[in-house]
Design a protein around this ligand. Structure first.
Ligand SMILES: NC(=O)c1ccc[n+]([C@@H]2O[C@H](COP(=O)([O-])OP(=O)(O)OC[C@H]3O[C@@H](n4cnc5c(N)ncnc54)[C@H](OP(=O)(O)O)[C@@H]3O)[C@@H](O)[C@H]2O)c1
Length: 256
């Protein structure tokens, strides 16, 4: 039987206590895949094609903290395009402090890298991802992706890694990240990549914000895949913000 999770008011938490709620497991030996999403109460993953319409101050605070804790931010190409992804800009003092407490972060305060997963490598080399100042972007793609796409992204400064023939499997993704010694993984979606990770049994945890609104429309849910893969999870915490936002953390019940 699962124990009741801690239900906490955000206003009762000090900044350090909030960090403690989201710390990665100490010293992961292999990539630990944390996924972060925000959803409306009725399950929409976006408003007019972007997640920004769902964000609340509490969600933005945790979104930033999760980035500060991570070694790498992994996103599907659909999200990188829709959200016009750039480099991650984190607070270097906080990153260093997190590192010294063993929570994540970086010893030198360097920002986490951004890795985009794409079958096609059809990303715009003039987009923010490649022109923003910050850590060198990573493109994790396939041998089937057109060579000219891969060349253009490498010339734009990306580290281009082939990790699969037609698609990037979860195992190949983990191997690629392990090779780069990027173990505290924060996957920021989107639904197609998350669906692939769930069906591969590769999700270690989900941080899910429920935004206090209904959306309706034709928006998608947070995970989609051709086949279902029921995956038991248990709740680590529920944090309630004053505006009705609910911050949750779910861990896979049987970790590998
Ligand atoms: N609410 C939230 O927290 C949140 C978070 C993230 C995204 N979103 C929303 O989700 C929407 C985007 O959805 P989406 O399903 O297009 O997102 P996605 O999963 O980010 O992108 C799908 C694309 O990513 C690549 N991809 C995904 N898995 C792959 C794999 N295993 N191997 C190789 N390539 C893979 C493919 O790119 P190629 O086509 O280049 O091959 C695929 O077409 C946007 O509206 C965004 O705002 C919301």
């Amino acid at each position: 039987m699962q124990r009741m999770p801690n239900a906490i008011q955000l206003t009762d938490l000090s900044p350090d206590e909030l960090v403690g709620l989201y710390a990665y497991p100490a010293g992961p030996a292999a990539p630990y895949i944390r996924v972060n999403f925000v959803t409306s109460i009725d399950g929409a993953v976006s408003v007019d094609g972007r997640s920004g319409g769902l964000g609340t101050p509490a969600d933005k605070r945790v979104f930033g903290l999760l980035r500060s804790l991570a070694d790498v931010i992994v996103v599907g190409a659909g999200t990188a395009r829709a959200e016009n992804y750039g480099a991650a800009h984190t607070d270097s003092t906080l990153r260093t402090r997190l590192w010294h407490h063993g929570f994540g972060g970086d010893p030198d305060g360097a920002a986490p890298r951004v890795a985009v997963v794409t079958s096609s490598a059809a990303l715009d080399p003039t987009s923010r991802l490649f022109t923003d100042t910050g850590a060198r972007p990573i493109v994790i793609t396939t041998s089937a992706a057109p060579a000219e796409n891969k060349r253009a992204l490498a010339e734009a400064g990306a580290q281009v890694i082939e990790a699969g023939e037609a698609t990037v499997s979860a195992d190949r993704l983990r191997d690629a990240l392990a090779e780069l010694r990027l173990r505290r993984v924060l996957c920021e979606g989107g639904p197609a990549l998350f669906g692939d990770l769930i069906t591969a049994g590769a999700v270690d945890e989900l941080c899910l914000t429920v935004s206090p609104m209904l959306v309706a429309g034709t928006e998608r849910r947070i995970a989609v895949s051709p086949n279902a893969m029921p995956t038991p999870m248990h709740c680590r915490h529920l944090v309630f913000a004053e505006d009705g936002t609910i911050l949750t953390r779910w861990e896979r019940s049987h970790t590998r």
